[in-house]
Design a protein. Structure first.
Length: 523
């Protein structure tokens, strides 16, 4: 982490201003500094968000991100502005670096306007001088780590516009810190907690346990760079900064219980600032707007071009989940918002989302299979999964095999061989379901009944949709009669059509196991 040896000659005070908060049907037009109405109990709120600012002036660590503590998705944007003034040795007064600005008038501070081609180069008012004295680090990347940890806000009052500002960060309304912590890099970690029963911090007098920020799918980029992304990469967990206005937009909806990745990770002064012969003051002002997707940001009706496209895509295409290839913990996902067929990577394994089964249950399947002979059996694969995944797996009932008889005797809907079989009632009703009474938490191969149902009215809407990501055939657990002494089972072929193969892995090398799970995040 950025930890310079020299300490600043004067505090680099990071000031937070939580302005224009709009949530659900609420539109706040005035500050309410003391409206804390959840002192004795933690009431769930429908729409609620809080900006976090962790700042330590000695190490120059500065973490800025947004938490959604409510029950419904929100959209978020943040804008940074800066001010600096210098008092040369022997002078009586400070002189602002940008003419016409003052420490007291935060609304007149210089908005951070990045170059369209380089996020780290300012182009706004006073950019030439501010670039000399200060460097901001956007996003969060640490080798071997997925995402940082934070302490969720105690303050769940959606009408309270104070931020969760820690250590040397000063909330604009509070004139000081409103959240525990030292403001250093890695200050919070997994398994920690903080007790606010004494009411030291605004909000509920409860114990909060640490949670993890969302992994960033992409480092923060400018709006111009965003416009060049492939369509499927335009919505994800990352920040997009409009190079025209300085507003940074979260390029996804932020689902309930989720917290963005870092917009800002450090604010470092340059050697030129350290060489000033005298004293300087430097501050960052953080302006934010958090809204329900049904609402609009201030001045949004004038948005056009790439900005209009970004906001439209967030509202219409985003589901709040990570990129398909971003490896993320269980807590980063909201399966109730996923569309059937979506690929996602969770705790080191890539899956395909099959369906919402109701009552919080969701069926998922490994994106590709593993070879039945050369790789681990399905129960060993299940045992190797992350404990957080085990915690959300639902018990399924009897996984015994139904046998449909010889494949050659099967008839097919509309005469299309290998597509949708005409099953008898026993095979059609052989479906994998949750059974909390006698079931077992485990992975399983799908049945022919499962595949048939999902082909008629679900994710397998065409043979191509059945194909595994590695293009190999995969076995079902439904029997398909026998060929002489050889027992057969149904399988989904490399072309997505149904056929049969030996049930004995030693007798074929071209079919995989493709395990599925039923999960429920409410477990």
């Amino acid at each position: 982490k950025m930890t310079p040896d020299k300490k600043r000659k004067l505090r680099n005070i990071a000031i937070l201003s939580f302005l224009g908060l709009i949530g659900g049907t609420f539109a706040f037009t005035a500050f309410n500094q003391q409206a804390i109405n959840d002192r004795l109990r933690d009431n769930e709120v429908e729409v609620g968000g809080r900006v976090h600012d962790y700042y330590n002036r000695d190490t120059e660590n500065k973490d800025v991100f947004v938490e959604n503590y409510g029950q419904t998705p929100i959209m978020a944007r943040i804008r940074l502005s800066e001010f600096m003034e210098i008092q040369e040795r022997g002078q009586e007064n400070f002189t602002p670096v940008v003419e016409g600005t003052s420490r007291e008038n935060t609304q007149g501070w210089s908005t951070y306007i990045p170059s369209a081609n380089n996020l780290n180069i300012r182009t706004g008012e006073g950019a030439d001088r501010l670039n000399q004295y200060s460097n901001l680090t956007f996003g969060w990347i640490r080798g071997g780590q997925i995402a940082p940890w934070y302490l969720p806000t105690f303050n769940h009052d959606e009408e309270d516009l104070r931020t969760a500002s820690a250590r040397d960060a000063r909330d604009y309304l509070e004139e000081g810190a409103t959240h525990p912590g030292e403001g250093t890099d890695g200050d919070w970690s997994e398994g920690e907690s903080h007790d606010n029963s004494a009411g030291t911090w605004p909000g509920s007098m409860v114990i909060r346990e640490t949670a993890q920020n969302l992994p960033q799918d992409h480092e923060p980029i400018t709006l111009q760079a965003w416009a060049t992304l492939e369509e499927e990469k335009k919505n994800g967990n990352f920040w997009v900064i409009d190079q025209n206005t300085g507003w940074a937009y979260w390029a996804n909806v932020l689902n309930a219980g989720q917290t963005t990745s870092y917009l800002l990770d450090a604010a470092e002064m340059t050697p030129t600032a350290d060489a000033i012969n005298g004293t300087y003051y430097y501050g960052i002002h953080v302006d934010s707007q958090l809204i329900s997707p049904e609402q609009e940001f201030e001045d949004e009706n004038s948005a056009s071009g790439d900005l209009s496209d970004l906001l439209t895509s967030i509202r219409t295409d985003a589901d709040g989940n990570p990129f398909p290839d971003t490896d993320a913990p269980v807590s980063a996902f909201n399966f109730s918002r996923m569309e059937s067929g979506r690929i996602f990577t969770m705790a080191g394994e890539q899956y395909r989302y099959l369906e919402d089964m109701g009552e919080g249950n969701h069926m998922i399947i490994r994106s590709k299979g593993f070879h039945m002979m050369t790789e681990v059996p399905i129960h060993i694969w299940y045992g190797s999964l992350d404990p957080e995944v085990h915690a959300i797996v639902q018990p399924v009932g009897n996984l015994g095999s139904v046998n449909t008889g010889v494949v050659g005797n099967m008839t097919w809907e509309n005469g299309v061989q290998g597509w949708i079989p005409n099953l008898d009632s026993i095979a059609a009703e052989d479906l994998t379901t949750v059974n909390e009474e006698i079931g077992t938490k485990q992975a399983f191969n799908l049945t022919l009944g499962d595949v048939t149902r999902l082909s008629r009215n679900g994710v397998f809407s065409s043979p191509e949709e059945r194909i595994a990501s590695d293009g190999r055939a995969w076995m079902l657990r439904t029997g398909a009669g026998s060929s002489g002494p050889i027992s057969l089972s149904w399988r989904v072929g490399a072309n997505g059509l149904l056929s049969s193969a030996s049930s004995n892995p030693a007798q074929h090398m071209d079919s995989d196991q493709r395990p599925a799970l039923i999960i429920n995040q409410g477990n």
